[in-house]
Every structure is written in structure tokens, then in C-alpha cells.
Design a protein around this ligand. Sequence first.
Ligand code: GLN
Ligand code: ZN
Length: 769
Amino acid sequence: MTAFPAGTILGYPRIGRRRELKRAVEAHWAGTLDEAALEHTAAELRRATRERLAALGLGRDDSSIPESFSYYDQVLDAAAAVGALPARFADLREADGSIGLRAYFAAARGDAERTPLEMTKWFDTNYHYLVPEIAPETVFALSSHRFAQQVAEARADGVVTRPVVVGPVTLLALSKPADGAPEGFVPLSRIDDLLPVYVELLAALRAAGAEWVQLDEPALVSESLEVAPADLAAAAERAYAVLGGAHHRPQIEVAAGYAQLSEESWRALAAAPIDAIAVDLTRGEVPIPVSGLASKTLIGGVVEGRNVWRGDLAAAWEKLERLKALGAASTAVGTSTSLQHVPHDVDDEPDLDVRLKSWLAFADQKVGQVAVLARGLVDGRASIEAELAAATAALADRAAADGVHDGAVRPRAASLDAAAFDRGPQDERDAAQEALGLPLLPTTTIGSFPQTADIRRARAAHDRGELSTSDYEDVLRLEITSVIGLQEELGVDVLVHGEPERNDMVQYFAENLDGFAVTRNGWVQSYGSRATRPSILWGDVSRPAPITVRWAQFAQALTEKPVKGMLTGPVTILAWSFVRDDQPLATTANQVALALRDEIGDLEEAGIRIIQVDEPALRELLPLKKGDQPAYLDWSVASFRLATAGADAATQVHTHLCYSEFGVVIDAIAALDADVTSIEAARSRGEVIADIAESGFSRGIGPGVYDIHSPRVPQVDEIVDLLEQAVNSIPVRRVWVNPDCGLKTRAYPETVAALGNLVAAAERVREGR
Ligand code: GLN
Ligand code: ZN
């Protein structure tokens, strides 16, 4: 039995400092890199990560280096390990029945005959995991040796790693019932069948040389899953009685990040025959005293795994002291979650302002913080006094910096009255908007048109300084002209300019607002091989100049039909950036809202009569704890209203939401008070339509009738069916006809065909009226 190390992290970014893994897996998918070469690249990446973590201060032989590598997703890794892939992938297994990369990648991405696993957001983050499909008859059996092989691989290099595996409760709690499962079937009810496979997995890890294993159980913090916290705790109690009782196993650390562990689960884990519990002390409090801790290590997640701030190290130390007082056998320091949510290294950012850099900590700097606090735990506080003081000084410097508090921004936000959040009566707006002269069942799109290789090439060349701004803008104008022409030809009613000037719907605004910084190498995995580079919102936000106006104006001048102005809403701008942690999100959201409000005023002045403010992230930021949700919905809705309420009654305000789970947030969506809302309904076959009808939602609504997540072209008849369904339950004058999201990831041929069918379907349903 070896002791748990004094400091560790719960996981590390997997894609590589230069997105090496992305390049390798994408080359493999394209057929230009064979499996052996891919495995080789991945092994090199794992080795580099271990060496890096050791250099940053984690021990090579004390299990403090986690092995959290994944080719695509950690939930899929666990599902593959226990053989829980749907039957449609069975013929892709290896000859011995195991799940190799072929079946694994097919489950992640689908192929010509097979739909992939569904993807959804991982807790309240912007990371997406693959949703396992579990049936009453799913056979669980150890089906991949990847976890054990990686332990052995590190051992061969002289490093004792701590493998990180999604735990059995979370794996099932995040699964969905397979198609055809009986009504009311709950995947978690299969826990007893699953546990023996985890027992086998633990034995294999031990045999490969693991002394500790980390089982991630973030489901135990959530109040937003299908399964209630008490049932999750009961499942955890059973699961860890079995796993802890296994004879041949590494010592077990159960990690519960992302929020406060529910009290039931905390009690269950404390009483379980496991060896360590990691709790999140950044989004949760030091837990209450309970019995059962005397034999365990508690790991205090005091270094935030999800933001990029250097933070308050002295306060982190205080939390560890309070955790110590619970009387566990020992106390260690950790991160609050895996570091997979943050970029690699602040020192890898040549363009960032040095002063800003001194306030930041990416993954590598956070590992350094853990190492410092661990040293303090071992040698006493006096040994790290200098580091604590340096962090405190950086915080003070940040608090006093120009831009963090901008005297021109604050007074305006402070003087807002109720009217600033209110657009006035709906019927007056409806009457004023008659002037738009729209037909029944108006057709439109969500904003972006395909981002062709030409546009991307031109943008990259412009970024490198090889293409002048005026030449680059010529490319954009040409594209806008062709997109407008195309929509005119297709007979779309409300046009868009196509967003060719935007690299990303948030970064584009971040680059054009004060208070944000953008990184060069700050990639964060979003899903699979996809990564984004979130901007850093560090200061008070203001708009030095109009952002979208000249593009909208250029597009509007090309047509008699209305062109929609296109903005990203305050909640989404916050959700997809790293946001300052020194004031309430509500305060920051309102600053962004005021900048957008001014942009809307300028768009109106330029003759734009319809303006869409996208809020695809509204649902995603919803807190995991029910008690925190009302306050969140209050400020998020308020910021949208603040952004849009300055619009004239005659200006039609649209919004777009990227999901179809309407239920939880339906009241909030109504409270946004947009004139028209488009949502993602194509995938749930119009079920959403019923929800909308039932909810009494009384605004314009565009249930998506073309699923843009697939290259498939919907036929006119299908779209007509969906529209008939809609107009049968929702008053026809409120229904809009649109795809379910932006078209930027699609290619032109299918886009043109699909939009042609969409317009034809709208015409056919109109004629029948
Ligand atoms: N207007 C954006 C687009 O069409 C909306 C994207 C989104 O909803 N994620 O690309
Ligand atoms: Zn969308």
C-alpha cells in the first residue's frame, strides 16, 4: 500500500500542445495514417505529457501523474472498456471480440450505415461526451485492455501513473436507454451487472502496475440528471461496497468534481471501503464532518480546473486547512476537475500582454500551483510563503489595473432602470412589424452559409499578413454577394449575409470588443478531434466601434428583401469564453449586453429591420444545482433583454437556441421576449413542437425542419410533414420555416438542394391554407 501523493491533478489536456492528436486521428480517419502509426503518435504524446508533468513537479513514482489520455472521449473509453457499445457496432469488433479503434471510432463518428452515439454536453461545461446506449440486455464484458496497457507503458518508462476511468455510477447515469428499451427503463438499474466488469478492470490495472486508480464520479454532484441525487448515492454505496471489497485492486480514489458532492453521496463515499475521495472546493464548500474518514485520504480540489486565473493561493491554502480539520487519515491538494477544460501553457502565448499573463494560469501553471501547495502540506506553510505572497500580489495588481475597472463603462451599467430591460407590449410590436410584409410561413436560415476552403484560406493568409485587408475584404464581399444572390434565387424570404467574416461566433466579437484577449495556442477540446480557442474576458467590456454594421449594410444594399443583422448574445459570449472571476457573471453579462445594445442601435440606423441575437448556450450554463438555477435564469434572461430592449417596436428581434430540450428553460425562453425564436427540432422529429404547443409559447417560432448536422438532404415531403405537424398545433401565423442551425459546416451542393426543398415545402403548405 502506498500513500496517496500530497498533490495531484484530476486530469490533463489530451490533444497536445500543438493539437498533435487532432492531426493524427484526422489523418487516420482520412486514411493517410495507419493504425500503428496513430498508436505510435499517441504513445509519444502520453510520454511527453508524463515527462512534462514530472518536470512541473509531480512525482514520477508516487501515482501523482494521472493517465487521462483519450483518443476521443473518456465516457466512450469507459463504455468500450466494459463492452457497452450498441449492437450495430458488433461486426466492427476485433476477431477476439475486443473493441479496437475501428469499433471505437465508428461509435464516435458513425459510418455509411451506422449512426454514431449521440453527443451531449458534459455537465455545465462546453465539452461534449458520447452518450452510451444501454438496454436491459446489454452484455457487459471487459472488452478493451487500453487502460491497463497505458499503465504498463508508463511503468516501462519508470513512471507510476494513476489511471483515470469514468466510474460505474456516472457511466450509467450519463447513458440513455437504447432504442426499443421498455418504457421507464433506467440504465442505472443495470449497475449490479456492470460492477463485476469493473472488478475485472481493477484487477487488470493492478496487474499492470497501478497502485492507485481514479474513478470519476461527477454524476454524484448533479441535480440535473434523470436520476435523483438520493438514487445516485444509493448506487454509489452499492458500487463502492463491491469495488472496495475486490481482492485484487489498486487503491481507489473516487473523484467528484464540477460542484459540491450531494450530502447523501458524501456520506455514502465516506462510509465505503475505498481509499480516497476528491472533492471540488472551488464550486463546492468543505463538506460536513462525517464518520468513515479516518482511514481515507481527502483530496481538496482547491485549484480551479475550469478557468484560466491564477487565483488566490492563500485562500486555497485556508480551504485545505479546513479540510484537514475533518480528521481524515491524510489530506492532499488537487484540481477541482480535470484540466482538460483549459489550454496548456501561458508561456506558450507570445502575443498576450505580459501583465495579463502574470494573472493567468493554464494547465501547466495550475500543475505548478498544485506542486507548491503540496510542498506546503509536506513542509509546512512557511515553506511556501513566498509563492502565496506572489499570488496575492498578482491579484492586487489585477484588481488595480486600468481596464479591469473602466470608469467609462461602470456608471452606465449602474444607472439602468426597469425600462432598459423592457421592449414594450407584444401587440404593438406585432402591429409595427406588419410593415415588413412577410408572407405566411416565412422562410429564413440561421445565419452562416458554408465556410468554403477559399474563405478559410483567405482568412489564414490575411492573419499571416500575406493577404492585405482590402484584398481579404474583397473576398468577403464577393462571398456575401453570392450568398445574397443564391437566397434570392431560391426564394428565401428573410435573408442573411452568411457570416463569412467570422472565424467563430464568439471569438469574432471578442476580437472587436475591449476587455477581451485572444490566445494563439489556447486550444481546448470541445469534442473528439475538435478544439476551440476561447477568448479571455479579463476587463470591463465596451465597444470601441461598430462591429457588424458595414457587412450587414453591404448585404442589405444588394436586395429588396430584409437581411437579418446577426449578433451573438451575452450569455453565449460568456459561456464560450474564459470569464473574469472577480465579479458576478451578471455584472459582466450586462456590460456585454450594453455593447450589443449599441450595435443593435447602429444596425437599425443603417436600415436593418430584423436582428437576430443568438443564445445557443443559454441551456448549457444552467447550474447543476436546482437551487442555483432561478438566479442564473434571472440574470441570463435580463442580459438578453438589456441587449435587445433598445430596439424599436418595428424592428423584429430574433433569437436562436441550439437544442431541443425545451422543457427546463421554456419559461426563460418566453421571458427573453424575442419576436421570433428558432430552435433545433429536426432531430427529435418534431416532438418539440408538441412541447411548444403545450407551453402556451406565444411568439414566432421556427422549429428546425432541416437537420444541418448531417449531409443528408431532407425531401420536400418530409419537411411538409413537419410543417403540417407544426401548424396543426401552433397558430400558423406564428410558424417560421428554417434549418435547425447555421450552415457553416455544410457544403454548398447539399445546402442549395436542402434550402430549395425547404422553400418548396413552405410554398406547398401555404397553398393548402
Ligand atoms: N448564427 C450562427 C450561425 O448560423 C448560429 C450558430 C449556432 O447556433 N451555434 O452559424
Ligand atoms: Zn444553432
